[in-house]
Write a protein that binds this ligand. Structure first.
Ligand code: SAH
Ligand code: SF4
Length: 363
């Protein structure tokens, strides 16, 4: 039997695993603490656990995060790790240090099946969901790597599920990983400091609200259904009115009293005065903040970043309507670590990459 990877379990899961093997469930707490709080990989280190159990664990289990292929450090201190997740696939994790916090941007899938037109991950197609150990393994690895850093202030205070993939399309594994992030014996992050970003999978937003209501960001990107159908095609299934209603339901349980709407600024596509006015009408009644993301280019994207004066004009119109608006600073773009630039390495199963090339060749 191959060893069981203990990074795949949250605390209740680990307690059940111990119970199955005739061990006391409370051992789960101790082992969680060793694995996640102290970053242990070796059962021999777990000194408050009986030697016999340590030996038994070493026989049947392992603590195995994904393998780091490369590490890149940007001029602004942003770090990007490319992780090997087997059979030619790679996903990326990004650490963004700021003066008052350190944010880890975590991937949830190898590629993404949702095909947003401005997103490099979406262009690459989809291979598979990440396992729990591969999602939480990103935090496990980054913590270990940063702890070794001579500048010891680089701690992870926030996690955003904004790397590759649509987190709510890998629901069960992402929720288990979120539980580990929040668990006091593991990382002990507060629900306010963990954010799930979704392109708007309405039924899964309702399930997240009941299972693990963390902070929510919604990728809006367009103020009307016609444009959003084009940019974020999942809108055809869950149009804006339904999405806004789901945001309101989410807020009944959310740890923050607002939803963050992400809005990528695409030159000449969604950045006019009329778009801003329409956006205000669309979100009316939903407590929210806006995060404007200047489009980060990638080869053959077909889009350009909005002009700075147009981004300012858009921001001012939202602010005049009493909204809090932040414009995301582009971080780590010299190492392709900015939003939407994460490419990793996806062995596409949907053949999307081929389809696009074929369509282009035919055009
Ligand atoms: N799949 C999730 C989370 C990952 S993407 C989602 O779509 O919400 C994190 C954010 O970056 C999303 O708002 C996404 O739309 C945005 N994004 C994607 N490609 C981008 C690009 N090229 N430039 C700027 N932002 C981009
Ligand atoms: Fe997937 Fe999000 Fe990219 Fe859309 S923006 S393709 S949902 S990763």
């Amino acid at each position: 039997m191959p060893p069981v990877n203990l990074l795949d379990f949250d605390q209740p899961g680990l307690a059940a695993f111990f119970a199955e093997h005739g061990e006391k469930p409370f051992r789960a707490k101790q082992v969680m603490r060793w694995m996640h709080h102290f970053g242990a990989r070796d059962f021999g280190q777990m000194t408050d656990i009986a030697r016999s159990l340590r030996e038994k664990l070493a026989q049947m289990a392992e603590i195995r995060p994904p393998e780091v292929k490369t590490e890149q450090v940007s001029e602004d201190g942003t770090r990007k790790w490319l992780l090997d997740v087997g059979t030619g696939n790679g996903v990326e994790t990004v650490f963004i240090p700021e003066h008052d916090r350190g944010t880890l941007c975590v991937s949830s899938q190898v590629g993404c099946a949702l095909e947003c037109t401005f997103c490099s991950t979406g262009r690459q197609g989809f291979n598979r969901n990440l396992q729990v150990s591969e999602v939480i393994g990103q935090l496990w690895l980054a913590n270990r790597k940063l702890a070794r850093d001579p500048e010891g202030d680089r701690v992870i205070s926030n996690v955003v599920m904004m790397g590759m993939g649509e987190p709510l399309a890998n629901f069960d594994n992402v929720v288990t990983a979120l539980n580990i992030m929040l668990d006091d014996t593991a990382y002990g992050l507060s629900r306010r400091r963990v954010t799930v970003s979704t392109s708007g999978l309405v039924p899964a937003m309702d399930r997240l609200r009941d299972a693990c209501p963390v902070a929510l960001a919604v990728s809006l990107h367009a103020p009307n259904d016609a444009l959003r159908d084009e940019l974020v095609p999942i809108n055809k299934k869950y149009p804006l009115a339904e999405l806004m209603a789901a945001c309101l339901r989410y807020l009944e349980k959310a740890p923050r009293d607002f939803v963050t709407f992400e809005y990528v600024m695409l030159d000449g596509v969604n950045d006019s005065v009329e778009h801003a006015k329409q956006l205000l009408r669309t979100v009316r009644g939903v407590p929210c903040k806006f995060n404007l993301i200047p489009f980060n280019p990638f080869p053959n994207s077909g889009y350009r970043t909005s002009r700075p004066e147009n981004i300012r004009r858009f921001r001012d119109l939202l602010m005049q309507a009493d909204h809090v608006v932040t414009t995301r600073k582009t971080r780590g773009d010299d190492i392709d670590a900015a939003c939407g630039q994460l490419a990793g390495k996806v062995e596409d199963k949907t053949r999307r990459a081929n389809r696009i090339t074929t369509i282009r060749a035919a055009a």
